[in-house]
Design a protein around this ligand. Structure first.
Ligand SMILES: Nc1ncnc2c1ncn2[C@@H]1O[C@H](COP(=O)(O)OP(=O)(O)OP(=O)(O)O)[C@@H](O)[C@H]1O
Ligand SMILES: Nc1ccn([C@@H]2O[C@H](COP(=O)(O)O)[C@@H](O)[C@H]2O)c(=O)n1
Length: 229
């Protein structure tokens, strides 16, 4: 699994429903790398606040909870889990009630700094040869020096159509509206709609899932070849 050298970081950002989690996990598997889902941490913190009855819109109350937020995430793409304390919240953090408040939590700078420190520690300590980390600000804030940085995009129509195909109790219109309003709120905090300098865009609008995974793997292999890695 490991070579004992510095892990290769593959940073991937993109809007909601662009395929970051599913594609990044498949890419990690293909490369024999670890996989870090940073959005799951923001979701897990939102879940923790809900369980404790804390209003996510009151920044001071959210910040006061950080020392008590005992969070763990699996980074093996074949053993993915999210835990808060002794609770397995892998599925619970995907519920619409969590998705509905996560942007409130994510806009708090202290929360971002606190989580970013943990993301960097997880990436540095990975026992794998590399790690695919995905989110909204990995290419720009968390790992701006990563040797591979990708913006994974797809048109809003494509993203809404893909989300609507998933099993959900909500209507396609509600799913689409939730996706749009989350992107709008999140875009006020970090720019994940435009590729920063040196970031390669992979637009999956006209690609199926496997083609998208191959396109991302190609970007990684090309970057590693040109960096001699
Ligand atoms: N290229 C593609 N073609 C078809 N379906 C895709 C493609 N990429 C991803 N998908 C599907 O789109 C849906 C959304 O993908 P995923 O959950 O990985 O997105 P995400 O960017 O992580 O979303 P979010 O930010 O909301 O968590 C999933 O059902 C996934 O299987
Ligand atoms: N680097 C990141 C990752 C996520 N967020 C916030 O978390 C929410 C959930 O993320 P998903 O990838 O699971 O959809 C997202 O809507 C953002 O509010 C973030 O700010 N930065």
């Amino acid at each position: 699994m490991t070579t004992g050298s510095v892990p290769v970081i593959v940073a991937i950002d993109g809007p909601a429903g662009s395929g970051k989690s599913s594609v990044s996990r498949a890419v990690a598997r293909a490369l024999g790398f670890a996989y870090l889902d940073t959005g799951a941490s923001y979701r897990a913190l939102s879940w923790h606040l809900m369980v404790r009855g804390i209003d996510a819109s009151v920044a001071a109350d959210v910040i006061a909870e950080l020392p008590d937020f005992d969070f763990r995430i699996g980074t093996d793409p074949d053993d993915y889990y999210v835990r808060v304390g002794s609770a397995d919240v892998t599925d619970a953090i995907r519920e619409p009630r969590v998705t509905g408040v996560v942007s409130l939590v994510a806009r708090i700078p202290e929360v971002r700094r606190w989580l970013n420190e943990r993301f960097r520690a997880i990436m540095a300590a990975t026992p794998f040869d590399g790690i695919v980390a995905e989110g909204r600000d990995i290419t720009t804030v968390v790992a701006p020096d990563a040797p591979v940085r990708i913006l994974l995009t797809a048109s809003e129509d494509a993203r809404m159509a893909r989300r609507s195909k998933e099993l959900t109790s909500e209507s396609a219109a509600a799913v689409g509206e939730a996706l749009r309003s989350r992107d709008k709120a999140d875009s006020r905090v970090v720019d994940f709609m435009n590729a920063a300098d040196g970031v390669t865009t992979v637009d999956s609008t006209d690609l199926d899932f496997d083609q998208t995974v191959s396109a991302v793997v190609d970007v990684v292999q090309t970057a590693r070849t040109s960096h001699g890695g």
